[in-house]
Each structure stands twice: as structure tokens, then as C-alpha cells.
Design a protein around this ligand. Sequence first.
Ligand SMILES: NC(=O)c1ccc[n+]([C@@H]2O[C@H](COP(=O)([O-])OP(=O)(O)OC[C@H]3O[C@@H](n4cnc5c(N)ncnc54)[C@H](OP(=O)(O)O)[C@@H]3O)[C@@H](O)[C@H]2O)c1
Length: 296
Amino acid sequence: MGKIKAQSLTDTYTLNNGVHIPVIGFGTWQAKPDDAYTAVKAALAIGYRHIDTAAVYGNEEAVGKAIKDSGVPRQDIFVTTKLWNEQRLNYDDVLHAQFDSLQRLGLDYIDLYLVHCAEIANHHQEWQKLNATTWRAMEYLYTHGAARAIGVSNYMVRHLKELAKTQEVVPAVNQNYLNPFDRQEELVAYDTTNNILNEAYSPLVTGELLNNAIVTAIAKKHNRSAAQILIRWSLEEGFLPLPKSIHPDYIAANAQVFDFELDADDHEQIATLQGKGPMNDDPRTVDFTNFIPWED
Ligand SMILES: NC(=O)c1ccc[n+]([C@@H]2O[C@H](COP(=O)([O-])OP(=O)(O)OC[C@H]3O[C@@H](n4cnc5c(N)ncnc54)[C@H](OP(=O)(O)O)[C@@H]3O)[C@@H](O)[C@H]2O)c1
């Protein structure tokens, strides 16, 4: 606890295929295109080198433009995007979806391409077959250089075990809801044992954990913000946090997490939050109707 190797935004974890991935990713869910553009530009100017978007966020074009206008060389930026559910009902759909994401981003490769969800609404009965076919197409994209690494998101242990029966490439990443309310210990242990990196989405519980009394007390003790405590906690758990903000002052502050450590007492306090707030959605029942709140 406490100590981590990373000391800056450009430090990296090494994925199971040897690709280096910066230890903090910049989240962009719910950032409308104009906001996403300014936020990603601000993040890159501050020193973030890892951006997380998705086809379904509706902001890939803005993210790509911000990358281009940032002046930071393409090869210095790690870009993740994700394959949306309705775009993976058959093998060819996946190839087209990735091509469309590349077009919108204005890029000729993606650093990390993720299957966004383990199950698709109205297709729950066929998740095994759909996931196996999707993954074959993901493997094609990987072996042909369209993605430097491929992974999954919102996969539970049962989805990963099923995939392992047919996969030729082990997912490099599993991106999941991971924060003090839901540490998903069984899933994290499975990923770690199988050399799959745990990316932590909603590290601030989409802002909901920032006023929590335990977190704010720890923040006061270290003279830090609640967001910094949660991002540091995520790193100390061995996760790769993906904090999102559209405000340059928050974006900058959220990167100042390499010059302090949480102590054993902080970790004990934070551990008491498990189960006390929103938990991971079960892929069998999750409803993405409000996934992008500004779109009907
Ligand atoms: N794979 C998936 O299914 C999935 C699902 C959810 C999220 N994600 C990824 O993970 C990223 C992060 O998750 P998230 O968007 O749920 O939220 P989050 O990072 O947990 O929290 C973001 C919220 O906290 C606020 N905030 C950020 N820094 C702050 C600070 N220093 N002080 C006060 N408020 C602060 C932001 O406000 P402002 O923006 O107004 O500044 C925003 O409302 C996403 O953006 C996305 O890239 C992936």
C-alpha cells in the first residue's frame, strides 16, 4: 500500500503484449463534442498522454481534432476507443465499426480497441456466440495493425472464462467500474492472474464520491482534494484510473497525484465504503437508454 512505481503522467504499465500504456487515462464520457475538444486539448497540454473515448460517446471526431490540434506527436498519445453493441452483431460489422471510428478520429490506428459491453440488449441468450465472433474480428484488427492492443470492458469472470475457450489473443485490458464502492475483488483477481490489466472507470463514481465524509476527511489530512485521494487510491490498488473532467483546473489537479501516499489507515477507512454506494451493473440487466444523456 502507498508506494507505486509511477511518478508522472508519462509513466506506463506494460500490457501483456509488451505495449506501454500511460498509468492515468483521461475520460471523456458525457463530454459533449465542444467540451471534449477543449478538455482533451487542455489535458494534452497539461501532460496527459492517454485518452479514453468510445463510439457511443458521440465525441470521437472532437477528440481526434483535439489530438491533431494539440501539436503532440501522434505516437506519443495512447488512444482508446470502444466498439458499440449494435455494431457487433456479426463479424464484418466489427471491422466496419473500427474503420468508422478511425475515420471519425482522423487516425490510422488505435492504440487500444475495446469491446464495450459483455452483453447486448435483446441478444442476451446469444452472448457466448456473439462474443466469440466479435473477438475473432478484434483479433483480425490486432494482427493487421489497426489496433496495437485489444481488450474488453464490462466483462465479468463468466464472460472472460467463456472467451478463453476460443480466444487466440488474451485481452490486454478489462475496463470496469472500479472504485471504493465496488472493488470487484473476484474480477480483479481473475484479471491479474490472467495478465489482463484492470482499468478503473468512474474512479470518482461520476462525481458522487467527492463529498463523502470518509474521503473528504482523508483529503483534509493530506491537504489534497477528494478527487486526488480517489485517483491515488486507484493507482495504489494497481488499477489504471480514467478520471474525467471538462474543467481545466480539475484536469490539472487530477494529475497531481504522484507526490503523496495514502497510509494503511487511509486504506482501511476507504475499504469500509465497499457496498455503500452504486455497484457495478449486471450485464444481464443493464439498460443503456440514458448512456448519452443529451441524445434521445
Ligand atoms: N467502459 C465503460 O462502460 C465506461 C463507463 C463509464 C465510464 N467510462 C470511462 O471512464 C471515465 C470516467 O468515468 P466517469 O465519466 O463516470 O466519471 P468520474 O471520472 O468518476 O467522475 C467525473 C465527474 O467528476 C467531476 N470531477 C472530476 N474531477 C473533479 C474535481 N477535481 N473536482 C470536482 N469534480 C470533479 C466531473 O465534473 P466536470 O466534468 O464537470 O468537471 C464529472 O462530473 C469516463 O469518462 C469514460 O472515459 C467507461
